[in-house]
Design a protein around this ligand. Structure first.
Ligand code: AMP
Ligand code: GLY
Length: 427
């Protein structure tokens, strides 16, 4: 098969690496890719949001399957365009990707199907939004409805803060059209966890659980990032909890999407809060997580390409997933300054030495290569994944590998996995 992968981060390097090992693969192309992906695929110089050129490339290169990594092209309808041309695609349609692209849509689906007990309102007028906030008091959560680069959610501890959030989203238009409407939501309390599944719109096959660390600083402090590290399995998410979330939230959502004519096909990622009254959904993502993919896919023993094709063809019921019992730990190595501004073009050394341990894989996120030499080219530069018999073994391998890597201003958190390793997650 000829496979075309869209995206160029750590998630896509992980997918590319797994796809490249499939016996069914003939050629793998990736747009735009990165220096790591270039080791296993032919990188094509087209941006992941350049829908026209992506469409042309897929049509002209005898592509049998297109796999779309990031949310933007999905929300904007790349999968629809390719399917309209008769192509096989892994990833949801724009209508289905509304589960990530519109928080109002998601909440309405949840409410219509009795899948939530949280109270919320969707409003398009800032004055009405503020009076709702004054009426309900704080803490309260204000969300831009649309795609706001993951920054459109404000958990507000006072009424004033919530009113300011409404102004920022709806009046100042910090996130553009994503702020046409706001969702104002009851503030929920509890441990957060994520559940990810493969679904073809009918069959739902859960992936192994994983947990990421979003904050830049140790002890989970400081500004939010795209994710500084991750581990799998997750002690807090045992089989029973996973099954409960899949059966009471995720599978009914998939069913509801099919019923309303927007069948969901691809990866569905559910972010939940475990409240005293049970799990509540706080967000859906319409794609694999990054860096969650870097710990989930290395544990998949089934051929990934086979799973992606079966999902895209609507035959997921023919697949039985097999997962390794090993623990996986991924530590993200970032540029100094991230998630704020940072410099690029720093020479990276030690990558081969880091991968000398066969249970370590260095996934590239923001890298470039020139004359065989690797350079930094992004905020999150690498995701170093270690596999092991338990968390300690997996993390020790990941951190030992990182010791061998060097670039100027290199930063990683030393405490990734602390909750799982200390047993804090156990319940
Ligand atoms: P999201 O961008 O939807 O993942 O939201 C970002 C973060 O906001 C989540 O990881 C939660 O920590 C928090 N959050 C979102 N919705 C709520 C809610 N209803 N109650 C409490 N925290 C929330
Ligand atoms: N790591 C969180 C995400 O991919 O959205």
């Amino acid at each position: 098969m000829n496979v075309f992968l869209v995206g160029g981060g750590g998630r896509e390097h992980t997918l590319a690496d797994a796809i490249s090992r499939s016996p069914f693969l003939t050629s793998l192309y990736c747009a735009p890719g990165n220096a790591g992906i270039a080791q296993v695929a032919e990188c094509v110089d087209i941006g992941a949001e350049d829908l026209d050129d992506l469409h042309i490339f897929a049509a002209e290169n005898d592509i049998d399957l297109t796999v779309i990594g990031p949310e933007r092209p999905l929300i904007r309808g790349l999968a629809d365009r390719l399917r309209a041309d008769g192509m096989l695609v892994y990833g949801p349609s724009a209508a289905a990707a509304r589960l990530e692209g519109s928080k109002a849509f998601t909440n309405e689906i949840l409410e219509n199907c009795n899948l939530t007990s949280k109270s919320f309102v969707v409003l398009d007028d800032p004055d009405e939004a503020k009076s709702y906030i004054r009426e309900h008091g704080a803490p309260i959560v204000v969300k831009a409805d649309g795609d706001a680069f993951g920054k459109g959610v404000k958990v507000c501890s006072s009424v004033g803060e919530a009113e300011d959030a409404v102004d920022a989203i709806m009046v100042r238009r910090d996130f553009g059209a994503a702020g046409d409407r706001v969702v104002i939501e009851e503030c929920l309390f509890g441990e957060e966890c994520t559940i990810k599944v493969f679904t073809d719109g009918t069959t739902v096959l859960p992936m192994v659980p994983s947990q990421d660390h979003k904050r830049i600083g140790e002890g989970d402090t400081g500004p939010n990032t795209g994710g500084m590290g991750c581990y799998s399995p997750v002690p807090a998410v045992d089989d029973a909890l996973q099954e409960r979330i899949v059966n009471t939230i995720v599978a009914p959502t998939v069913e509801a999407m099919a019923e309303e004519g927007s069948a969901y096909s691809g990866t569905l990622y559910a972010g939940c809060i475990l409240t005293d009254d049970g799990p509540e959904l706080i967000e859906y993502n319409c794609r694999f997580g990054d860096p969650e993919t870097q710990v989930v896919i290395p544990r998949l023993e089934t051929d990934l390409l086979e799973v992606l094709v079966a999902t895209a063809q609507g035959n997921l019921d023919s697949i039985e997933l097999s997962w390794s019992d090993r623990a996986a730990a991924c530590v993200v190595v970032a540029s100094e300054g991230y998630p704020g501004s940072y410099e690029k073009g720093k020479k990276i050394t030690g990558l081969d030495e880091a991968e000398a341990d066969e249970l370590v894989k260095v996934y590239h996120a923001g890298t470039a290569v020139e004359d065989g030499q690797y350079y930094t080219a992004g905020g999150r530069v690498l995701g170093v994944t270690g596999l092991g018999s338990d968390y300690d073994d997996a993390f020790d391998r990941a951190y030992a590998a990182i010791e061998k890597i060097h670039f100027e201003g290199m930063y990683c958190r030393a405490d990734i996995g602390w909750r799982a390793r200390s047993g804090f997650d156990d319940r």
